[in-house]
Design a protein around this ligand. Structure first.
Ligand code: IPE
Ligand code: IPE
Ligand code: MG
Length: 250
């Protein structure tokens, strides 16, 4: 399916579509356990969902999709699971290159990427480089990512500039922090989706989700389908965002 295919009629006016969708892809382990399978098989099946959801977002003309693939806290998991996730990530990065190019997707990554194994970084860099001139959906994977770490890293870089004298303390404001986040060009997510039912943000995009609309489904990530994405989008389109203000007519 190419990007020229018209989007299906979701019945959503274009101005009610989110520009940036962020997803906490959770429940791979539980999905596998329910089937008496090893957790890693949940991760493998979950990577298929990534492909389907990415393709659909590209097709719908959504500008940004940011996926939580590996958190800074996920380093606490058993080594065998981490190794498998890294292997799966490399596989994904290589296999998906064609799909990324065919769908005009710009691929990026955020997180403490230096903590990733060097071979993963190489595959990442190559995919980012290859897709940098694409003009469609910007797909960002959050890897070795933690929201607090991101803010701390930003604060450190701001402090360094203050020490060097290129920035005055009194000039440090919200915009300064934003400019020092991993991807300064990333707009705040409009819609934050979480699969597998947990009502928490698990250290995801803490700075950026200040006013994001939250949508949670009980469905485990490997079972998450385009129909669930559509449901989230329709629900989002019905919401009234206020950003602390009042409706215009009030
Ligand atoms: C999400 O699935 C994937 C990652 C965190 C890498 P989980 O592995 O967290 O699955 P559950 O939450 O244990 O079911
Ligand atoms: C959040 O899921 C991280 C990712 C989806 C990569 P977790 O499974 O790690 O989060 P908790 O432990 O349930 O909060
Ligand atoms: Mg989980």
């Amino acid at each position: 399916m190419g990007p020229e295919t018209p989007p299906p009629d979701l019945g959503i006016p274009p101005e009610r579509m989110p520009r940036h969708v962020a997803i906490i892809m959770d429940g791979n382990g539980r999905w596998a356990r329910r089937r008496g399978l090893r957790r890693v098989l949940g991760h493998r099946t979950g990577s298929r969902t990534v492909r389907a959801v990415t393709r659909e977002c590209a097709r719908l003309g959504i500008e940004r999709l940011t996926l939580y693939a590996f958190s800074s806290e996920n380093w606490k998991r058993p080594k065998a699971e981490i190794d498998y996730l890294m292997k799966l990530l490399r596989e994904y990065l290589v296999k998906e290159r064609r799909e990324i190019m065919e769908n005009n997707i710009r691929f990026r990554a955020i997180g403490r990427l230096s903590e990733l194994p060097p071979e993963v970084r190489e595959d990442l860099d190559r995919t980012v480089e290859m897709s940098r001139d694409n003009t469609g959906l910007i797909l960002t994977l959050a890897l070795a990512y933690g929201g607090r770490a991101e803010i701390a890293d930003a604060a450190r870089r701001v402090a360094e500039k203050v020490r060097e004298g290129v920035l005055l303390p009194e000039d440090v404001d919200e915009e300064t922090i934003r400019e020092h986040l991993y991807d300064p060009e990333m707009p705040d997510p409009d819609l934050l989706i979480r699969s597998a039912g947990e009502m928490r943000v698990s250290n995801y995009l803490l700075w950026q989700i200040a006013y994001s609309e939250f949508w949670v489904t009980e469905v485990f990530w490997p079972d998450f389908g385009v129909e669930h994405l559509h449901e989230a989008l329709r629900d989002y389109a019905r919401r009234e965002r206020r950003f602390g203000g009042l409706k215009e007519e009030e």
